[in-house]
Design a binder for this molecule. Sequence first.
Ligand code: ATP
Ligand code: MG
Length: 188
Amino acid sequence: MKNIIIFGAPGSGKGTYSDEIVARYGMGHISTGDVLRAEIKNGTELGKLAKGIIDKGQLIPDDLMIDILAKVYDEQEPGKGVIFDGFPRTIAQAEALKKMLAERGHEMGNMIELIVDEETLMARLLNRAKEQGRADDNEETIKARFDVYHKQTEPLAEWFGKEGIRHTFTWKGDKEIMLKEIFDFLDK
Ligand code: ATP
Ligand code: MG
């Protein structure tokens, strides 16, 4: 399986669809948000730094994030392909990912972009706050995350377009429909 980059706003379902894709195709899954939350839980130096940034809805500095990503990537089982979930989030991260993979003779694969209206995103994140209690799922931090997304991450969609690997899927109110569209594409 080729690598996949799953891309979208906070709450767009990157983690949810990644799990479904992993179950169907048996590839690896790197969620940089999960990696950082594990560091916080374990009370590491990185975790302490990350917590202050995540709780404000801001991004971890690119250099640090790029190093973490390369390390986690090299721990994956070779040859199975990986889903990158939550990375890259800036143009610098995207350029670094492309370079890191090229150095290993690998490719970025396909980018899957999830488009979901902001009202749905907010409702999902507030609901997740109740279910999972993530510290950054409160209205104020969510708004900051949307803002960061629009300014720093969304412009990347076009970058992927220029790379010729951008594939867009738009939410039509039903998870099964979205999933079928994604699977139909990946099955090819
Ligand atoms: P969702 O998981 O619902 O799609 P999200 O995209 O906001 O929402 P995560 O991907 O789990 O959530 O990321 C949570 C936080 O971790 C981000 O707001 C950011 O502070 C930090 N983070 C995760 N990935 C990166 C990254 N690639 N670069 C910088 N910061 C990151
Ligand atoms: Mg996630």
